[in-house]
Design a protein around this ligand. Structure first.
Ligand code: FES
Length: 113
């Protein structure tokens, strides 16, 4: 059982990055719903963020890859624009217990470096 953080540790409408066991994770809260994705662009397997905790496009309507600009929907992680259109970010399952975000096990393997 791995606790990521408390739901209140993620600001509404914003993203936050986490490193856990070598795995980089994007946490997003939109309209009080939390989404977790592996921070790995399906195009080249790179991390997506522009700066730490900053994964969104300018008007905060999509997750955007900082390398080539691919745009991913907030609620499914599907790429709707860019070089990996039609691919999806890997979503992570979790449960909420007393506001704590508990990741489902097993976690996906971290990429080899
Ligand atoms: S590495 Fe993300 S769009 Fe190319």
């Amino acid at each position: 059982m791995t606790t990521l953080c408390h739901i209140d540790d993620i600001t509404e409408g914003k993203t936050r990055g986490f490193e856990l066991g070598g795995l980089s994770i994007i946490a997003l809260k939109k309209e009080a719903v939390v989404y977790l994705y592996v921070n790995r662009c399906p195009h080249l397997g790179l991390n997506l963020e522009f700066q730490p905790d900053d994964f969104l496009n300018y008007d905060e309507t999509f997750i955007q890859c900082s390398t080539h600009g691919a745009m991913f929907t907030l609620d499914s992680g599907e790429c709707v624009l860019g070089p990996c259109k039609g691919a999806t970010l890997q979503q992570l399952g979790f449960s909420l217990e007393d506001g704590q975000i508990i990741l489902n096990e097993p976690l996906p393997a971290a990429p080899e470096s």
